[in-house]
Ligand binder design. Sequence first.
Ligand code: MN
Length: 246
Amino acid sequence: MKKRTFIKLAGTVGAGMMIAPLASCGGKNSADAPKVKGSRPQPFLFEQEPLGYDFAALSPAIDPITMEIHYGKHHAGYVTKLNRALHSVQGMEEEVSLVELLKGLKPGDTALRNNGGGHYNHTLYWRTLAPGGAPSPEGDLKKELADTFGSLDAFEKEFATAAATRFGSGWAWLMRDSSGALSVTSTPNQDNPLMNGIVESAGTPLLGIDVWEHAYYLNYQNNRKAYISAFMERINWDVVAANDQA
Ligand code: MN
């Protein structure tokens, strides 16, 4: 009997927003499996969750063409390559969430690092930009942000600076760090704070901004700061708060 691999993205959002993540894949453990071409179970472990809003819904902050290409090409590409990479990994018989997968990565796990990170990061990004929800932090999170950074403005400035000064491609994050505190960090490429075997500052991402040029160049060209400002005004803080409860 073939073992099957179940992978899910979990631990990032409240129950109402969970991705429907379960897809299956034949494990690569099957050395005794028939080698007939095409007989292998389909290697699609992960799927993009539906965006949940129109490509134009974040306009003019983020234009529809950027959204369409970013979601439909860039993010989709990470998912395809993640699934391809997982199909060649030994020992993936156990059910494992994407979070667990990322936490277990080593620096040399290049394909899983780039594409697993790419899938996780973009999923969080689309959810956190979903229209509706609180336009600014509220409740306990608001208080903690102010206590931690000095004020809400100071937090926003630190986050925006981390995004603006990330050299090349990468992300800036608000996270719950390993000491339990809120902190701001940034990572190169598609790394993220879950990758505790790779990044300097590990934690649970609550909010992430993509500062790859593909995220803003059509609309903002080289003006990354203008994109960052627009992003800051489109955050759904209910989602950020839910990410902290997961
Ligand atoms: Mn991107």
